[in-house]
Design a protein around this ligand. Sequence first.
Ligand code: ADP
Length: 493
Amino acid sequence: MTVKEIRDQLAAMAAEKGLDRPARILLTASECAPLAKTGGLADVVGTLPKYLNKLGFDARVMIPYHRIIKEKYGDRVEYLFSFYVSLGWRTKFVGVNKLELDGVTIWLIENEEYFGGPIYMPDREGEQYAYFTRAVIEALFRLQFIPDIIHCNDWHVGMLPLLLKTQYVDSEMGGTRTLLTIHNIAYQGLCQFDFVQDFLSIPDGCLGLMERYGMADFLKAGCVMADRVNTVSPSYAREICTWEYGEGLDPVLSLRGDVDGIVNGIDKAVWNPGTDKRIPANYTRSKMSGKKACKLALMEETGLEVVPGRPLIGMVTRLAEQKGLELVMAAMDQILWDNDCAFILLGDGSKKYESWLRGLEERHPGRACAWIGYDDDLSHHIYAGCDFFLMPSRFEPCGISQLIAMAYGTLPIVRETGGLRDTVQPYNQYTGEGTGITFARMDGYDMADAVRRALWVYGNKEAMNGLIKNAMAVDYSCDNWAYEYGQLYLSMI
Ligand code: ADP
């Protein structure tokens, strides 16, 4: 469908609901790209509203005014007003600021105590985001923006539906509906129970709605109280209703029976090898020569031996258990000993992986490179310059990296879980179909076998070029993605 057709369909749906103005959507979360980003959540919150507005919605964003945003964007931010909120016996300052980015209004909640430091305060995350949740609701009244839908993302704002339905039923926001999107069920915001009860004045009758193992569970509160709960891929939606992946919330989610999944889109304004200004040479599906230049530049930049014909496998990842780094630790040495290939990883996180990666570099000089840190530019270079992109995740709600890799003609090698299963079509050597190489078991040997198959494909020009063409033709455009969310929002009004 064209954008115009999508717009018309959504307009017809809105008219059926009796809406004679654009539906008002507020997206709220702890992070939003490009202002503050630690992972895929930020990409979603930063991109979706842009495309919703193109489709006729009035979508706005509210996030904390983190220090990192002040440092980078402070001179473009406009101060609006401030007020105080009561949190139990405490009274806390709330500054409301505004930034317009790509035509989207982003409101920034300011409080030095909570947001003057890192995006996630060690040991005080619960308090930080309980404060934020209260501030969001109170700020909306003062901004006179009464949303039709508040779209909450992840545990940080999981308490919002509970507060809205227990403390604001008789207010102007009594008719506001809530959608909770779970980007990662492994993070639930467990916090000391008595503290949360007091801090957010949760009435005694509602305590069971947020209690788990004697703690306050922010995500559980959202799962119980939101009008709709969804997640970021159909497979993950099914998985989190099971004991194996549900992290203890599977009974709640199964009981609801309405959890579904919408696969994230990627922003082609940012992730497009044909126009990307951060990569050394541009290329397209029909004119691929620039990709070779990207590979050579990447090898040079990262100190790998510059061997144009040597297959290069890349990763851009948080260094967290979720990402399957155990498998990399189990199998990567053998892969590099057995095959003439090279490996580069850009990542940030747990020190245990960092020191192992340093060792890998020493054992395979010129063929293994570990770049520790967060680096947007280098991530673009890796997506463009590698031949393969490895994602052996233990679980993966959606995964954006494999979508980006496919757009850059870098074939994903992934474990068949969650969004990876939904988005990467396994290579079929008989029909030539597929967009990547997949494996099923959480096992180093299985991963090594997938890499071996990938290297076989690399050695077979026709198969390799066919797969690259297939991968680059996959359309995870934001228009379709926003269309699906648009339909969901309107169905809730
Ligand atoms: P998750 O949200 O679980 O970390 P996703 O695949 O959904 O995983 O999204 C990860 C996003 O963060 C991608 O855009 C990826 O390029 C980016 N990213 C992850 N680690 C880094 C890093 N160290 N440097 C730059 N970008 C990174």
